[in-house]
Design a protein around this ligand. Structure first.
Ligand code: SF4
Ligand code: SF4
Length: 395
């Protein structure tokens, strides 16, 4: 099934389209496949309202933190994926450029969301925000984005900054942004705050089958969705280790699809955005569109949970932070290591690591007794993992 449609897709693409992407050359053609040229069974089958924005988004949408094959986005769009999530910071702005090239010519058929991060410890300037968003628009080859998210917000007091609010309000008035919101690794705090802000039309949150990454936000997700805020799930594969685990060689696809079905069985989640780095990813994830949890899903999910229990540093967790006398950025470093090992984003992971301030790096770990190890509720060998991450991520 999938090989057929991929072969057909590739054979109908103009050469220029195949030239874009990883090599960064050429430009996507405006031509697109008609729906009759793609095998109909492999398509998005469900579109959900994104809160009260009026947008109807594919239940399986596209995360764009990395690409391994050119023009993957266009392939996803041709299978019905209509919401593409990128960020200024992904691939050092190249993710936005690739999306701009891939979706050129079908812009009116898709929604694009991008994200910009602001350091709450640094001065925020209205002009700087406007300039950065306008630069994103140029890379995306569009005059507007459907959703502009403030990236990785730990505390919504950031969104009370007058310069930030004025900038986004001006961009909205000019039609350069349709809807605003935020992404967060700290949903138990920020979703509660979101109930009292008018900035959030859409939120992007970690949500997956691990009880510690779903139960603390279950009720809040429902409340913000009831308020009309669109809810999008990320980090849905709970570490994405299925490709690296020997025991999951045969279960990789079924795990990914079971994890998607689990997330989308929550009616308060409007869509999820697994990263679609390859044609195989697109097909694997799109196949789960509209599906409900199946017999056997719980078993494969349970097997995965058991395997990763003391391997996966839960994104957004800070349970060992207080135990560290040196303020090492444990969660960020182990997340970047996950990007390297499990997401296969080696260069990006090293770039993220290099951007961490030196005093937050694990430079003191080798001579430390490692009180972080006892503090980790999941039994991760934190100190060893940090030392290994330091070696892996350093040039
Ligand atoms: S081993 Fe490293 S992260 Fe752990 S407590 Fe010591 S300095 Fe902090
Ligand atoms: S090492 Fe354990 S306690 Fe520390 S951030 Fe990761 S999951 Fe949380």
């Amino acid at each position: 099934m999938s090989k057929w449609s991929r072969r057909r897709f590739l054979s109908t693409l103009p050469t220029g389209v195949l030239g874009i992407g990883l090599a960064g050359t050429g430009k996507a053609s405006a031509s697109s496949l008609s729906s009759t040229e793609v095998e109909p069974v492999l398509r998005i089958k469900k579109f959900n309202p994104l809160g009260k924005t009026g947008l109807k988004v594919s239940d399986i949408s596209c995360g764009a933190i990395s690409f391994f094959e050119p023009n993957v986005m266009r392939y996803a769009a041709d299978l019905g994926v209509n919401y593409f999530d990128t960020a200024e910071g992904y691939m050092n702005t190249n993710s936005e450029s690739y999306i701009g090239q891939s979706l050129n010519g079908i812009r009116d058929k898709v929604y694009i969301a991008t994200k910009h991060a602001y350091n709450p410890r640094q001065r925020i300037s209205r002009q700087n925000i406007i300039q950065r968003v306008e630069e994103s628009l140029k890379r995306l080859q569009t005059d507007h984005v459907d959703v502009a998210l403030v990236h990785n917000v730990a505390d919504l007091r950031l969104l009370e900054n007058q310069e930030l609010r004025t900038a986004y309000s001006q961009l909205k008035k000019q039609g350069k942004i349709r809807f605003t919101g935020f992404s967060t690794h700290n949903a138990p705090v920020t979703l509660k705050q979101a109930l009292n802000t008018d900035f959030a039309d859409v939120v992007l949150v970690i949500y997956n089958h691990l009880p510690e990454q779903s139960r603390p936000v279950e009720d809040l997700v429902r409340q913000v969705r009831d308020k009309g805020i669109g809810v999008i799930a990320m980090k849905i594969f709970a570490g994405g280790k299925q490709g690296s685990l020997q025991s999951f060689v045969d279960k990789q696809t079924s795990y990914s699809q079971a994890a998607i079905r689990w997330v989308m069985s929550n009616p308060s989640i409007d869509c999820c955005i697994p990263t679609m780095s390859s044609y195989a990813h697109v097909e694997e994830y799109v196949s789960a569109s509209s599906q409900t949890l199946e017999k056997g899903d719980e078993a494969v999910i349970a097997a995965y949970r058991e395997e990763v229990h003391n391997l996966y540093c839960r994104v957004g967790c800070s349970a060992c932070s207080d135990a560290c006398p040196h303020d090492v950025a444990v969660n960020d470093i182990l997340r970047f290591n996950m990007y390297f090992d499990d997401y296969k984003m080696e260069k990006e992971a090293m770039r993220y690591y290099a951007a961490i301030e030196d005093d937050l790096k694990p430079l003191a770990c080798s001579s430390c007794s490692g009180p972080c190890v006892q503090a980790c509720p999941y039994g991760l060998p934190v100190r060893d993992r940090l030392l290994q991450a330091r070696d892996t991520l350093s040039p």
